[in-house]
Write a protein that binds this ligand. Structure first.
Ligand code: 1CP
Length: 331
């Protein structure tokens, strides 16, 4: 599998390509299924989740599928109820409540393993399946706020107020995500990605003291290659290495070559086309993709991706132009 080869830094004639949120709202066939099922119904029905996972694979020449689910889904296995509108909504919790959550019960998320099983049966040879989880500090941010926020002050306040208790809560969530990733690997995921979507709001010190050890704990016992993705924080790149992942995903803020130097060129890197480019047209997309490829310079260990999830208003023909520029026509 091309993605796994890149994760081993084997030389390749072109980098593998997949993109974050590739199963989602920019695809008319996803919107059609969403007319019949709520987001939660789709996630909880292995047949529907598998179908949505496969939709982008049928349309484009991609090297990986990512299981359709959400970073909030495994919290159900700790007894929490999450709703979506369209982002996650839940009762805000205190840091004490989080530290005392019940342990992760894999039986409560067996629908994810079932969906992975169904995807595996239909996935073309050579296409890898990616499992994923949210990184502990990102999940803590949502749990403390009860949903999205611009600044995540509740999180930053909790780290300052009682560092020991914050560490306890992070350990609880980190252990749960480690088990959740393992469940996906056991079901057939070839690699796993940890999404640390909000680590970038932290100071370097708080990242190193809190986010990094928690992310490391979620990844350290995995038996497949791992990818750690943290956008919005170029100040963090020189510290990524401490997470101990196989590869690191970066957003578009720095040119890929510069980001790669900061992370360390011995690690594979994933990224980093600005998703905004997909809102333009193929004539602008092709040179922008070529620029990312030139930054990577054909070096082994580059995985082509967007710098963050695709925007829902991206025209499908623009996505096709991006994929074709990376792959030519053939798989
Ligand atoms: O209405 C809808 O159809 C729901 C939109 C949607 C989708 C398609 C949500 C709600 N989640 C998802 C799927 C999803 N989420 C995937 C599927 C696989 C794929 O990539 O194709 C993945 C990997 C995620 C991960 C996720 N969820 C992240 C990490 C990635 C990132 O963007 O940084 C985060 C932060 C979430 C929370 C979330 N879930 C949904 C939304 C709209 C959000 C963002 C909320 C916010 O702004 O904080």
């Amino acid at each position: 599998m091309r993605l796994l080869q890149a994760l081993r830094r084997e030389p390749l004639d072109r980098p593998p390509i997949w993109f974050m949120r590739q199963a989602g709202r920019y695809l008319p066939e996803y919107m059609e299924l969403r007319e019949q099922h709520t987001f939660q119904e789709a996630v909880h029905s292995p047949g529907v989740a598998a179908e949505i996972t496969l939709q982008p694979i049928r349309r484009f020449n991609l090297d990986a599928a990512i299981i359709f689910s959400d970073i909030m889904t495994p919290l159900e296995a700790m007894g929490l109820a999450v709703e979506f509108d369209p982002g996650p909504k839940l009762e805000p919790m205190t840091i004490q409540d989080i530290a005392r959550l019940p342990d992760f019960d894999p039986n409560r998320v067996d629908f994810v393993a079932e969906a992975i099983d169904k995807v595996r049966v239909e996935l073309p040879d050579g296409v890898a399946l990616i499992g994923f989880a949210g990184a502990p500090i990102t999940l803590l941010a949502y749990l403390l706020e009860g949903g999205a926020s611009k600044e995540f002050l509740a999180l930053r306040g909790a780290l300052k107020k009682d560092p020991a208790l914050a560490t306890e809560a992070l350990c609880k969530v980190g252990k749960a995500m480690s088990a959740y990733l393992q469940l996906q690997v056991d079901a057939g995921a070839n690699t796993v990605q940890l999404f640390d979507s909000w680590a970038g709001i932290l100071s370097v010190d708080d990242f190193v003291d809190f986010a990094l050890p928690a992310a490391r704990a979620a990844l350290e016992y995995q038996t497949v290659p791992t990818i750690y993705f943290a956008p919005h924080g170029p100040q963090l790149l020189p510290h990524f290495d401490g997470v101990g992942a196989t590869a690191y995903g970066v957003d578009w803020r720095l040119p890929l070559g510069e980001a790669w130097k900061l992370i360390g060129e011995e690690h594979p890197i994933q990224g980093n086309l600005d998703p905004a480019v997909l809102l333009t047209n193929p004539a602008r997309i092709r040179p922008a993709v070529a620029e990312v490829l030139a930054e990577a310079g054909g070096r082994p260990g580059h995985i082509f991706n967007l710098g963050h999830g695709i925007n829902r208003h991206s025209p499908v023909e623009n996505v096709a132009a991006m994929v074709e520029t990376v792959t030519g026509k053939d798989r």
